[in-house]
Design a protein around this ligand. Structure first.
Ligand code: ZN
Length: 415
């Protein structure tokens, strides 16, 4: 597996973080999964534990994307009883909170499993009960505890009828913490054009929309998704240079799931990942886990991997972590409150060190005004938000304004 220094991981664990792309079923702990498998009957027989290799183990045999999604199908059978989903929801919050995640948007497909008495509404009731269970047991003051919102997932394999029902359910559950919908599932199946009416309905209902895009190479679909302008995108690993440029011009925030992209073979190595290009353009990014239980990762680990693979400084990691709070689906007032909570939760020693470095850089800048830009310390004046277009390579402009930094144009030209 990919390595990073333990000090990098420790630093990332101390950062307050925001999780924007995590599938509830994918959060299941290994031990919980094995326990649930023992209670699950397939064709009248208990499920064979060998069927429950995690994706990390499966990756040793170089699975195809199709094999990865076949595994997810098996997992869904194990995790779809009311009791199981309630437990998984509670444990997911426990794990995110233990990893210093202050806010999480967790996505889940409301399942139908008649043999277990599970319908979409009752499935969601179990998710809400699991969240309540977490707060009942938590000893943290509510203001300092993890906050959570939900996205209901439209599975692209299941057709537009089910997608429309999912959107209607999401709209009905807004008062209970559902903020949007996302499009998910095996990218080689399901047609964008067929599913689009459901996403149009979501928009009409005032729900936010995130689309998983470009997990496999499908340029016409990715182009259509970009033109539809979702509120966020996930993955976008397999784009051609023209689409990468279109993404940056769009300014649509991107959920980046490094471990997932590697294990599902969306990229062959982190060296091939497009994170550095998007980052250096000043594009809005949020590191996410995708399926932390199944992928055996944490959000801190994803930050540590980014730190190591892309040589990010501690200042850049702080900006990335705090900047993710600007890409949530919260209403503006709540989003502002989250940003304040994030800033307040940044450990004092880290804040002081960064402020000292900023003061030293400002002093040096008075004699050599270009030095600080070349360092690529993409931080705003408050030391919190990333500043678009002020990254390594000294590119100006930024992605959202439609003008590409010169360094970007050079890299794409070489791609
Ligand atoms: Zn995903």
């Amino acid at each position: 597996m990919f390595s990073y220094a333990s000090a990098e991981l420790e630093f990332c664990q101390r950062l307050p973080k925001v999780e924007l792309h995590a599938h509830l079923n994918g959060c299941v702990r290994d031990g919980t999964l094995k326990e649930l498998a023992g209670q699950t009957l397939l064709g009248g027989q208990p499920m064979c534990l060998d069927q429950l290799v995690t994706l990390t183990e499966l990756s040793k045999s170089s699975p195809t994307l199709g094999e990865c999604f076949a595994l997810f199908e098996v997992l869904h059978q194990v995790t779809t009883t009311h009791a199981a989903i309630r437990r998984i929801a509670r444990e997911a919050l426990e794990d995110f909170a233990a990893d210093n995640v202050l806010y999480a948007e967790i996505r889940t497909t409301p399942k139908v499993r008649p043999e277990a008495g599970v319908a979409p509404e009752s499935y969601m009731d179990s998710v809400f009960q699991g969240i309540e269970d977490y707060y009942l047991a938590s000893r943290k003051p509510r203001g300092k505890d993890i906050h959570v919102r939900l996205l209901l997932s439209i599975n692209r394999q299941r057709g537009v009828g089910e997608a429309m029902e999912t959107v209607r359910l999401a709209a009905a559950l807004r008062e209970r913490g559902v903020v949007g919908v996302d499009l998910t599932g095996n990218p080689t199946q399901g047609e964008w054009l067929e599913l689009r009416p459901a996403l149009d309905l979501a928009r009409k209902e005032g729900l936010k929309v995130s689309l998983e895009a470009g997990e496999g190479y499908n340029p016409s679909e990715t182009q259509a998704m970009l033109e539809w302008r979702p509120d966020r995108l996930g993955h976008c690993c397999c784009l051609n240079p023209a689409l990468e440029q279109a993404l940056v011009r769009s300014g649509i925030p991107l959920e980046v799931c490094l471990t997932s992209n590697l294990l599902t073979r969306a990229v062959k190595s982190y060296g091939e990942h497009r994170f550095p290009l998007y980052y250096q353009s000043g594009h809005p990014l949020a590191l996410c886990t995708d399926d932390p239980g199944i992928l055996n990762t944490t959000l801190s680990r994803e930050y540590a991997i980014a730190s190591h693979a892309f040589k990010l400084t501690q200042r850049q990691l702080v900006a990335l972590a705090l900047g993710a709070a600007s890409h949530t689906f919260l209403e503006e007032e709540e989003a502002e409150e989250l940003r304040e909570r994030m800033k307040a939760a940044l450990p004092r020693d880290i804040r002081f060190r960064l402020e000292r470095e900023s003061a030293a850089a400002a002093s040096a800048a008075s004699t050599a005004t270009t030095a600080s830009l070349a360092e690529g310390s993409a931080m705003s004046e408050d030391g919190v938000r990333p500043v678009r277009g002020q990254a390594a390579g000294g590119g100006g402009g930024g992605g959202g304004g439609g003008k590409l930094p010169p360094a970007w144009r050079r890299m794409w030209a070489q791609a």
